[in-house]
Design a binder for this molecule. Structure first.
Ligand SMILES: [Zn+2]
Length: 437
């Protein structure tokens, strides 16, 4: 079979996904259809996000959601037919395209208002299905926090108090984020095959209190991404949030993945490498592996991570360094909060809990401040699959690395290969996906 057939099927996946952004504006967060591109006009605003970075123009037009659904069903059938006579070396690519076409279909069904269980939705979108949760771990965490967090009074109050005390003061935000960016950038360059010239330009200003950052892409070519990142001065960045905003959101997390996907697209001319859609297995890989890459920077040692937080973030933020002793517990609490929010979203989606019940659950386990549970539930509903594609995906990646590698050096090599491959989240989850690294 000719590769051009598969290329034309892949192009249909890309076209349909772009078209869907008319009804799903936040779906596509990376798109590069050309080998190089540069912004030729200063006619843009730093006041709002634009996704994807390039204006799609007519690519969004011409199809209803029903058209997109019908065409994606047809596309899946074509891909399955192709698979019957595909060469061995093409199978990963065909499977990747099938999984991503299923994600396109599932997300379109959600947008059309079809009902399905939460697990069916995440299985369809991300090829992931989070296991049931044992609430005893939430109770145990609450007791640990009660015993360890400084101060007197109810534990919920002390959680909020601790959070305030590890929040970077506004005037220290630029120094903290800049210092952290350098540390994570150096780690990415040392361990990944990426250019050292890709650290984003950092800008700092008010963004309205709810938004952490806003990115503007100025251009790209084979091994260079020209990006400006505007961080909010008016957002309450806690110490752990700084780690997420820099290591996860930029290098060696998402920005590194974008760069490697771009190189792969140019090296192979595969249309599917142009695009990363949020509600897709690529996104679950992007999120889960970015979270793991943060731990890899510190050789999976919580002591090393906390040393960095104490010496760079607490230091530059002029925070009370004695609080760093609680950071190992705080990180475990934040990780568990992801699973708590997953439970709230899943039970709400499945109609098991109403908004108030989900909110009360979040408040009970300290995952929402007293009185703010129901409001938090509303916010979570804006991205229902978030905790599966982030928190659970991280743990899926961790288990995969454990099974496939002997040390962190090998994990960096495997991560790099996965970024450039037709990875299968399904195969990573059940440890059947194999790749030389
Ligand atoms: Zn992310």
């Amino acid at each position: 079979m000719s590769e051009t057939i598969l290329n034309s099927l892949a192009q249909r996946y890309v076209d349909l996904t772009l078209c869907k952004t008319k009804y799903d504006p936040w779906d596509v967060y990376w798109y590069a259809d050309k080998p190089f591109w540069r912004r030729e006009s200063m006619n843009f605003s730093r006041e709002y996000k634009i996704y994807p970075y390039v204006d799609l123009g007519e690519k969004k037009e011409g199809r209803t959601l029903k058209n997109i659904l019908d065409e994606s069903v047809h596309l899946q059938e074509s891909l399955e037919l192709y698979r019957k006579s595909a060469a061995e070396a093409e199978l990963d690519r065909v499977n990747y395209l099938i999984d991503h076409t299923i994600n396109l279909q599932t997300r379109t069904r959600v947008l059309l208002g079809e009902t399905m269980s939460y697990d069916a939705m995440t299985e369809g979108c991300y090829s992931l299905r989070a296991p049931d949760c044992d609430y005893a771990v939430f109770d145990a965490m609450k007791q640990e926090l009660d015993a360890a967090l400084p101060g007197k009074g109810p534990v919920a109050e002390r959680v909020m108090n601790f959070e305030n005390r590890i929040t970077i003061p506004r005037d220290r935000v630029p120094a903290v984020l800049t210092a952290a960016t350098h540390v994570f950038h150096d780690c990415a360059v040392k361990n990944m095959d990426i250019s050292s010239g890709n650290m984003p330009r950092l800008r700092f200003r008010d963004l309205g209190g709810e938004m952490e950052f806003l990115s503007i892409l100025f251009g790209y070519e084979y091994d260079h991404i020209e990006m400006e990142r505007n961080f909010a001065l008016d957002y309450p960045f806690t110490v752990d949030k700084v780690v997420e905003m820099i290591g996860h959101e930029m290098e060696p997390g998402h920005l590194t993945y974008f760069e490697l996907r771009l190189k792969t697209m140019i090296d192979t001319c595969f249309p599917e490498m142009q695009i990363i859609a949020q509600y897709s297995p690529s996104s679950a890989f992007c999120e889960g592996s970015a979270r793991m890459a943060v731990y890899m920077c510190f050789d999976h040692s919580i002591e090393q991570l906390v040393d960095f937080e104490r010496e760079v973030i607490f230091e530059q933020g002029r925070l009370d360094k004695s609080l760093a002793a609680c950071m190992p517990l705080w990180h475990r609490f934040r990780d568990l909060a992801g699973y708590g929010k997953l439970e709230a979203t899943r039970n709400r989606w499945n109609g098991v809990w109403d908004k108030e019940e989900a909110g009360a659950f979040l408040e009970k386990y300290l995952f929402a401040a007293p009185g703010s549970g129901a409001q938090t539930v509303d916010r979570l509903a804006a991205d229902d699959g978030h905790f599966v594609s982030h928190d659970y995906a991280r743990d899926v990646m961790r288990d995969y690395y454990k099974a496939m590698t002997k040390n962190t050096d090998e994990q960096w090599r495997l991560y790099q290969k996965l970024c450039r491959s037709h990875m299968s989240m399904r195969g990573i989850r059940d440890l059947t996906y194999r790749i030389d690294f």
